[in-house]
Ligand binder design. Structure first.
Ligand code: AMP
Length: 362
C-alpha cells in the first residue's frame, strides 16, 4: 500500500474507473504530470482508453478486474458516481481510493444526499420519499400540487424525472409504475432565478480551494452551457464556495467535487446535487484557468499540492451534443475558442460528443 503522506512519484500508475470523457480528460491531465493510467471500463476503445496507457475491459464490479486494477496502481479514482460502493470500499483494503467511497454512497441516492446536506447545515428543496401512488398524492398535496418527482438512484441529465404543477388525484394514478416501480423522491419545486455550480477541491492535507461559480443552462435536463462569471453577487459566490467546503469537510473528501445549486431571488442558495468527481460545468477551467479541474483532481489523488484556481478570462463553455460536433472546423476558425472532442465513434442524439470554451477578453 502506498504511503498516504508521500505524493505518488511520477511514473507510477493511477487507476480510473469509468471510460467516458471525464476519464479521458483525467488521463490526459495525469499524463501531463508524468503518471500512467489504467482505465476500467466494459466498452472497448472508450474515450478514456484512447488516451490512457491501458484498459481493463470488464464490468465495474468484476472481482478479478478490480483485483487487477488494485494490483497495478498506486491509487484509484473514478469518473462517475455510480461505481458500486461495495467495490470501491473493497479496493481501499489494497490501494487508496479517492474520493472516499462514502462520497459515492451519499451521491448515489437522492434521499441520502438530501439528508446528508441538511445535516451539514445546507438547504435543499423539501422532500418526501415516495414508494407508491398514494404516498405521491400525499406528498404532492403537502406541496400544494407541485413538485419534481425523481428516481432516488441512477438519474442523470434529467432522466427519470417528472414535474408536477397543480396536480390533482387523477394525475398520480399509475405514476409509480410508470417510473419503473423503483424508490422515488418528490422534491418541492424550487423557484430559482438561476442555476449555478461550484467546483471545489480538497487535498490530502485538508487544503480547500474552489473555482468561481459557473452559471448553467440546461435544455431537456442536459447541460448546454456554463458561463463564468455567473451573474451573482460576491456574497452569493462566496456562499457557494463555503457550501462546497462544508460538504468536502463533512466527507473528509479528497479530489474535485461538483456542487449544483439553485439561486433564489434574494441571492440565497439551495443545493440540488453533488457529484463526487470532475464535472461538466467545470470544463471551462481547461481554457480559462492555468490549472484545470482535471489536473486539480489528479494532484489531490496523487497527494501533490493543489494548484491555483484563479480564472484569467471570462468565458462560456458549450457542450457539443449529437451532430453538433460537426461544427468543429468552423469553431476552430474562430479566435479564442478552445475545443475538445471526446473521440466517440458513434453520434447519437443527446450524446455529449465534445465541448468548447469561448474566452472573452476583458
Ligand atoms: P437534476 O437531475 O436533479 O440535476 O435535475 C435536472 C434539472 O431539473 C435541474 O438542473 C433543474 O433545472 C431542474 N430541477 C431539478 N430539481 C428541481 C427542483 N426541486 N425544483 C425546480 N427545478 C428542479
Amino acid at each position: 500500500m502506498t504511503d498516504k503522506k508521500k505524493p505518488i512519484p511520477a511514473g507510477e500508475t493511477i487507476g480510473i474507473i469509468g471510460g467516458g470523457q471525464l476519464g479521458r480528460m483525467l488521463a490526459m491531465a495525469a499524463a501531463r504530470l508524468g503518471y500512467r493510467t489504467i482505465v476500467l471500463e466494459p466498452e472497448p476503445d472508450c474515450p478514456a482508453a484512447q488516451v490512457a496507457n491501458r484498459q481493463i475491459i470488464a464490468a465495474y464490479d468484476e472481482p478479478a478486474a478490480l483485483d487487477e486494477l488494485a494490483g497495478s496502481t498506486a491509487a484509484i479514482t473514478y469518473e462517475f458516481e455510480n461505481v458500486p460502493v461495495k467495490a470501491a470500499a473493497e479496493l481501499t483494503q489494497t490501494v487508496p481510493v479517492y474520493p472516499p467511497p462514502r462520497a459515492l454512497e451519499v451521491s448515489q441516492d437522492r434521499l441520502v444526499e438530501k439528508s446528508f446536506l441538511n445535516k451539514a447545515g445546507i438547504s435543499t428543496a423539501s422532500y418526501f420519499p415516495v414508494d407508491g401512488d398514494a404516498e405521491l398524492a400525499a406528498a404532492l398535496s403537502a406541496f400544494g400540487g407541485s413538485g419534481v418527482l425523481k428516481t432516488r438512484r441512477l438519474g442523470y441529465d434529467g432522466k427519470g424525472q417528472r414535474v408536477f404543477r397543480n396536480a390533482s388525484a387523477s394525475d398520480v394514478a399509475g405514476v409509480h409504475a410508470q417510473m419503473g416501480g423503483v424508490p422515488l423522491i418528490l422534491e418541492s419545486l424550487v423557484p430559482f432565478v438561476r442555476e449555478i455550480s461550484v467546483i471545489g477541491v480538497r487535498g490530502q492535507d485538508g487544503r480547500l480551494a474552489a473555482y468561481d461559480p459557473a452559471e448553467n443552462v440546461h435544455h431537456g435536463g442536459i447541460l448546454r452551457s456554463s458561463t463564468v462569471p455567473a451573474a451573482i453577487s460576491p456574497e452569493t459566490a462566496s456562499k457557494a464556495r463555503e457550501t462546497a467546503f462544508a460538504i468536502m469537510e463533512a466527507l473528509d473528501y479528497v479530489g474535485v467535487i461538483g456542487v449544483e445549486l439553485f439561486v433564489l431571488e434574494d441571492g440565497s442558495l439551495v443545493a440540488n446535487e453533488i457529484a463526487p468527481r470532475v464535472h461538466n460545468s467545470g470544463h471551462w477551467t481547461e481554457a480559462a484557468s492555468s490549472i484545470s479541474q482535471f489536473e486539480q483532481h489528479i494532484r489531490a489523488v496523487a497527494g501533490l499540492p493543489l494548484g491555483d484556481t484563479t480564472r484569467h478570462s471570462d468565458c462560456i463553455m458549450e457542450n457539443l451534443i449529437g451532430d453538433e460536433a460537426s461544427r468543429a472546423p468552423e469553431l476552430l476558425a474562430e479566435p479564442d475558442i478552445v475545443l475538445h472532442l471526446y473521440g466517440k465513434a458513434h453520434v447519437r442524439p443527446g450524446r455529449k460528443m465534445g465541448h468548447f470554451t469561448r474566452l472573452k477578453q476583458p
